[in-house]
Write a protein that binds this ligand. Structure first.
Ligand SMILES: [Zn+2]
Length: 132
């Protein structure tokens, strides 16, 4: 089973929700802070402080970070053992961000952290006592 590797540098910085500025302005602006695309220039620091889109993107970073760790652990289990966990990973953030079910929320992040602990315990149980 192959899982796409998450590459934050490539696409997460484009992923703020935006809307056209209008009034003859050809650019869009972030719905969280109102900064225009040229102002943001694909930098987190281009947003205003307190922008909720930045908060969401940071949650997204963290979620995908933990997801990668979970997938690495799952690779150490048999397909049968990994299957139920993989379903949970997919439920929490989808195969890819453009999946319909994809939502990066604080709750999803918490649940992914819990899942990580569960998978870690499963890996340790199936490989005998942990080696120091
Ligand atoms: Zn913003």
């Amino acid at each position: 089973m192959k899982h796409g590797r998450y590459d934050p540098a490539r696409d997460v910085l484009r992923r703020y929700d935006n809307e056209p500025i209008g009034g003859g302005n050809p650019y869009c602006a972030c719905v969280g802070c109102g900064k225009s695309e040229p102002d943001i220039n694909m930098r987190i620091s281009g947003h205003s402080s307190g922008c909720h889109e930045v908060a969401r993107i940071e949650t997204e970073h963290a979620l995908y970070d933990v997801r990668s760790q979970v997938l690495e652990l799952l690779a150490q289990l048999s397909d049968e053992q990994a299957e139920a966990f993989l379903e949970e990973v997919d439920r929490l953030c989808g195969r890819d961000k453009y999946d319909e079910g994809y939502v990066a929320t604080e709750l999803a992040l918490q649940e992914m952290n819990t899942l990580f602990m569960m998978v870690k315990a499963e890996v340790e149980a199936s490989s005998g006592p942990p080696t120091p």
